[in-house]
Write a protein that binds this ligand. Structure first.
Ligand code: AKG
Ligand code: FE2
Length: 402
């Protein structure tokens, strides 16, 4: 039954958080984290009625072809209208998420020196740790993005970051590497941090389950877009997929209004996130609505990245998002502190990629989208990634941040 494939539509998102003036000194990091009550609200008070799509019937092959097609259309439609999708995948369990988050909280809580031993700037930080203060949101340098932010209605306006993100990251490659590639740095061997005997197992276990959910969605999305079912998954084979959790030390940066990850889109094909222990992620729908994400337990959020936009000639747009410390983040911090839990906010992000040597070009009917040829010219996925890394200062072709 199609209906059994879908949970009843329900409220997916938190009540939108007020967007706070970054300069407001309403709470300070340290012993306690007061929550300011009076803040200028600049987010809409709308909930988003987006269904949670349960992948189980598709994965168990217990629905008819017609039902698979309707599910596919629903996925393609959601990605077109909202750039995002909420799914439930029975293969991705809450226990897996907990094991992963517990380990990453311990990793990020280590000394600076221990984490820097895992950094590889010469490999564009595409494996191992990326220190805080390195990733620069494109909008900090890009006048066109700044104009786009200025043109957003106040209620939906992004926070313009003043500099690099204050988040750390760890990049862990998932899946097989190509034997031959023109983009060797993007396909480098993994870094295994010292002192974490379960690192490889935990990272691969969580990462491959998340990637499997991305692949199922990619297959259904292609089907729903009228493309061959393997149109996207065949391009993803041996892609430089990444489990790329972010880590933000809220003890240091847990001030309401702090920009943890500045307004950006993801450069890859599809991004998937499990539930973080601290809220703060905001996404923009295609119609410009800014929404605070609250994931129902056991659900996964997917967002379209630039490569999916490319392959569909802009029919699906890369989803914009930002991560801020909000009043809700501070409330979760206060609870975590009272319970003696970690104050590192860890995301469980997986970036699904098109393989570096494959060509990005609008597929099938999407080549006929207005402006497709000029906006999305043929480019190897590895070259597109390189251009994007240059823009966010992760590439060693660009100046290193101070
Ligand atoms: O921290 C998060 O929740 C999301 C981070 C993010 O947007 C990214 O890693 O690209
Ligand atoms: Fe992102």
């Amino acid at each position: 039954m199609l209906h059994s494939a879908l949970c009843p539509p329900k409220l997916i998102y938190d009540r939108p958080e007020p967007c706070i003036d970054v300069s407001a000194d309403s709470s300070s990091a340290g012993a306690s984290f007061p929550v300011a009550d009076e803040q200028p609200a600049c987010s809409p008070s709308v909930g988003l009625d987006l269904p949670v799509i349960d992948l189980s019937p598709f994965l168990q092959r217990s629905i008819s072809d017609a039902e698979v097609f309707r599910l596919s259309q629903q996925i393609a439609d959601s990605l077109h209208k909202t750039s995002c999708l909420i799914v439930r995948d029975p293969r991705v369990g809450i226990d897996d998420s907990d094991e992963f988050l517990d380990m990453l909280e311990r990793y990020f809580a280590q000394s600076l020196q221990a984490k820097l031993a895992d950094s590889r700037p010469q490999l564009h930080y595409q494996v191992g740790s990326t220190p805080e203060g390195v990733e620069l949101p494109k909008c900090v340098m890009d006048p066109a993005m700044q104009q786009a932010i200025a043109a957003q209605p106040t209620a939906h306006r992004a926070t313009l970051p003043q500099g690099p993100d204050c988040k750390w990251r760890f990049m862990w490659r998932l899946g097989p590497r190509p034997a031959q590639t023109s983009y060797a740095e993007l396909n480098s061997p993994a870094i295994i941090p010292a002192g974490f005997p379960n690192w490889e197992h935990t990272m691969n276990s969580w990462g491959t389950k998340m990637l499997a959910a991305v692949e199922a969605v990619a297959e259904l999305a292609a089907n729903g877009l009228g493309l061959p079912a393997a149109a996207f998954t065949s391009l993803m084979e041996q892609g430089p997929h990444l489990l790329a959790p972010t880590g933000c030390n809220l003890e240091e940066y847990g001030r309401v209004g702090t920009c943890i990850a500045g307004f950006h889109y993801d450069l890859n094909f599809l991004t998937i996130h499990g539930r973080a222990r601290f809220p703060g992620l905001f996404i923009w729908l295609r119609d410009g609505t800014r929404v605070a994400v609250k994931m129902p337990a056991g659900c996964l959020l997917l967002q379209a990245g630039k490569q999916l936009e490319w392959l569909t000639g802009g029919h699906i747009r890369a989803g914009m998002h930002e991560v801020l410390c909000t009043q809700a983040t501070v409330r979760a911090m206060n609870e975590a502190k009272a319970a003696g839990r970690s104050l590192w906010r860890v995301s469980s992000t997986v970036f699904g990629h098109v393989a570096s040597d494959r060509i990005l070009v609008p597929l099938g009917p999407f080549a006929l989208q207005p402006g497709a040829a000029s906006q999305y010219p043929q480019v190897a996925a590895g070259a597109q990634v390189q251009q994007e890394l240059d823009a966010i200062r992760l590439s060693s072709n660009t100046a290193r941040p101070q």
